[in-house]
Design a protein around this ligand. Sequence first.
Ligand code: CA
Ligand code: CA
Length: 175
Amino acid sequence: MTGFTGADVTISGTAGGTKTVTVNDSGDHMTYDVAVSGMTDGTVVASIGASGAQDAAGNMNTASSSGDNSVTYDHTPPTVTVNQASGQSDPTSTSPIHFTAVFSEAVSGFQNGDVTMGGTAGGSMTASVTNSGDNRTFDIAITASPGTSRLRTPHRWSRSRRRRSASSTPGAPRT
Ligand SMILES: [Ca+2]
Ligand SMILES: [Ca+2]
């Protein structure tokens, strides 16, 4: 087959941009790589119209048929915002504390270990992520883990108070 060039390939789909099509003969003049570049996000659909190329006898090609000639191009990373959940009291005396993460597009793979917790609150904290169902909006519940230093603090404090009161016992009140 001869005469097949990028100009014979029709690109449709939802992707914008100034698309460039390059065709490369595998060597047998039958199978060609069709490379599309320059597109913005969206679907890229390639097809070939009739009569763009011909065989040795001069017969022009028929229009293309396809099993799957559509590829979705997505070059935009998801962005995400995190804010205290609506209805979350601030300050609060109640655990867990709820935040809401909203991604700019549906995501997969967002889980508890992806949450970084900072701030001045002591002790270890556990994050629990719950998908709202649309894969974009997630509830993040932060719970103080059992056995944290925050939870032990009252015991240390009462022990030291006992020591102080015990050591002060021998001393008789001055008169
Ligand atoms: Ca496809
Ligand atoms: Ca994306």
